[in-house]
Write a protein that binds this ligand. Sequence first.
Ligand SMILES: N[C@@H](CCC(=O)N[C@@H](CS)C(=O)NCC(=O)O)C(=O)O
Length: 206
Amino acid sequence: MADTVVLYTNPMSRGRIVHWLLEEIGAPYELKTLDLQKGEQKAPAYLAINPMGKVPTIVHRGVAITETAAILLYLADAFPAAGLAPRSDDPARGTYLRWLVFGASCFEPALVDRILQRSPPQGFNPLGYGTYAQTLDTFERAVTPGPFVLGERFSAADVLLASQLWWAGMMKALEPRAKLDAYQARCLARPAYQRADAAAAKLMAR
Ligand SMILES: N[C@@H](CCC(=O)N[C@@H](CS)C(=O)NCC(=O)O)C(=O)O
């Protein structure tokens, strides 16, 4: 089908985040699963699509898009009927962009540094996220009172942030935080997440 989104992914990768979003928007899509252990992401044919040799990548209407946050932003706009992104003239647009980009540029690097046990330098701190504690406190404020970062409205920003919380839990990188835990549980209870998760489990079992 002309409008089909092709997603290059792996069930244990950030591709899961895009898979969830595709289930949310109900777009026709096709999964192309790469075996990362075998290095299929570094094969010349794939590098021609994504020279970083990483997943996820989507191809839609003949255009390749990489970087999880960019893919989410793109798809939420490309399929507006799903209502996962405030339109550009909606005052909620800024808040939506703010927290989605916060996920990619602050929360994820903070988690990675935490997992790798890299401490931010004392004093003036060139790290984009500042400190781990400040990043988590800020995240918590963003989902308070919630239930989502846009209040009552679920958006693609929640798909990214809740997925990152799930990953942090998997990696044991996050101490329990009642508000973030409840937010994550609310988001992951969505039927679209459950479908994507079940499909990923099946792929992993193969
Ligand atoms: N900045 C990229 C990161 C993509 C990434 O690191 N993907 C990992 C899987 S989660 C990967 O493909 N790793 C395989 C490799 O680096 O060879 C994004 O946000 O999409």
